[in-house]
Ligand binder design. Structure first.
Ligand code: SF4
Length: 464
């Protein structure tokens, strides 16, 4: 989701004449879109921004800004942590980043040209007060973390890609109304707000017109999309109505979504997998824990049985379905028994992959204050045990693909080996193969799978 928000901000700069650079040394503005899911991510962003302050020694005008979740939750406090920071923009204000940066930058460059830096006194960026120091570098301290109605409708533009783009993310909603005790998202992203179906369909059509064949619909809890804004029609939730509408887009081959939640995962969504063939045979379905006691402590309002039942129904609806998940190990109060319950559930579902997170305290969340915090050694041991089991399950599952022919959407050169191409199956398995990047990127190909190394499949394109 952060990636998608960053793309939106980058696009606003690009369409107004700025050039994107991959080299931070060349940049006139450096923006970090921050994540608050784990403390480590915040520390990394702060550290990175601190180091980049050196660029101002050679290029006095450079604008530095934080966007996203950490910006939202910490606000002004960030100026104390990073003295050279100019801008703090929250999660409902991505569409205003360009104006803030452009305004600060223009004034700095004008000042440099006039050589009157020491005399520039005050200014305003839009409605935000800008404090300006009587220094050679005009120091702008802009904070904008307010709520803004309709902000979910502003994440809709895409950066044109150099190679034929095979797939794209489409943000369908913002915010979350849940209150999981380990999560900061409800504070940083606000309440659930969905975009209108017609707008989303238009965005998908424009992507398909550029050659995109697969879209992933994004939301904190996608299956709850639109529940407070749009009505149920013919027993179908707004999310299923949206899937049907996107499915109609001619030229679109594949639809994915992430992430669903057991609450509101109803039979209409299960059934959609039986009559919407463009829906990929994969769901990423966060389980977090297999223990009801821990789910309760996590303030996830359902029992594990509900999660397991949905998985069973989904497998019945789509027999080749791959299910991946997120799991937290070492949550406060997790006993060995709770941990083993989670391991059992993982085996029972037979996840194709799991993103296993070792619990770490997240500031300003209830779980950080809970009793029964586990020591690092216990968390690490459980993490390794779970990882080992998942690796074995993934290898066994992927080996079964050897000898089969898989329909693969070619995404272009592989990131780890530019000589080879990479793509994904409907089950979201990564496949590496040889071929002509220019001709094959963005195309659906039949690939004969010949090998597997745990998480990756290797094959050869079938010649028709
Ligand atoms: S469902 Fe829970 S974990 Fe997911 S975004 Fe909402 S509060 Fe966070």
């Amino acid at each position: 989701m952060n990636e998608r928000d960053s793309e939106q901000v980058a696009q606003t700069f690009s369409e107004r004449g700025y050039t994107l650079t991959t080299d931070e040394k060349d940049a006139d503005a450096i923006l970090i879109n921050t994540c608050s899911v784990r403390d480590q991510a915040e520390q990394k962003a702060l550290g990175k921004m601190g180091i980049m302050g050196k660029y101002r020694e050679q290029r006095e005008h450079v604008v530095f800004g934080f966007m996203g979740c950490m910006a939202q939750s910490r606000g002004e406090e960030l100026f104390k942590r990073v003295p050279h920071l100019d801008l703090v923009v929250g999660t409902q204000k991505y569409h205003r980043v360009f104006d803030y940066v452009d305004s600060i930058l223009s004034r700095r460059l004008e000042t440099r040209m006039d050589e009157v830096g020491a005399e520039m006194v005050t200014g305003r960026v839009e409605d935000e007060i800008v404090k300006v120091n009587l220094d050679r570098v005009i120091s702008a301290r802009v904070v904008d973390t307010d709520d803004e109605e309709g902000s979910q409708n502003t994440i809709k533009d895409h950066i044109p890609k150099e190679v034929q783009q095979a797939k794209a993310f489409v943000s369908i909603m913002q915010g979350c109304n849940m209150r999981c005790s380990f999560c900061i998202v409800p504070d940083t992203r606000g309440k659930e707000r969905g975009r209108p179906i017609a707008d989303i369909v238009e965005e998908v059509k424009s992507l398909v017109a550029k050659g995109v064949k697969e879209v992933t619909l994004l939301g904190q809890i996608v299956n709850l999309y639109g529940r407070t804004e749009f009505p149920i029609v013919d027993g179908k939730s707004p999310f299923v109505q949206l899937l049907e509408a996107v499915h109609e887009v001619e030229g679109l081959e594949r639809i994915r979504f992430t992430s669903p939640h057991p609450i509101g995962y109803r039979d209409d969504l299960v059934a959609a997998f039986t009559y919407l063939p463009k829906l990929c045979s994969h769901i990423h379905f966060p389980m977090q824990s297999g223990s009801d006691r821990i789910l309760k402590l996590m303030k996830r309002p359902y029992k594990n049985e509900k999660f397991m039942t949905i998985c069973e129904k989904m497998k019945a609806a789509r027999p080749d379905l791959a299910i991946t998940t997120d799991v937290i190990v070492g949550f406060p109060g997790e006993t060995e028994e709770d941990f083993q319950e989670t391991m059992e559930c993982m085996k029972k579902v037979g996840f194709d992959n799991s993103f296993i997170f070792r619990y770490s305290k997240r500031k300003d969340t209830p779980a950080a204050e809970m009793e029964g915090q586990l020591d690092e050694a216990t968390k690490e041991r459980r993490n390794q045990e779970m990882l080992k089991m998942q690796n074995e399950m993934t290898s066994a599952k992927n080996e079964k693909f050897i000898g089969t022919i898989q329909r693969v959407l070619c995404e272009g050169p592989s990131k780890s080996n530019k000589e080879k191409l990479c793509g994904r199956t409907s089950q979201n398995k990564i496949v590496i193969f040889e071929g002509d990047a220019e001709r094959m990127s963005g195309e659906m190909l039949d690939i004969k799978i010949e090998d597997s190394t745990g998480y990756t499949l290797y094959g050869t394109p079938e010649i028709h």
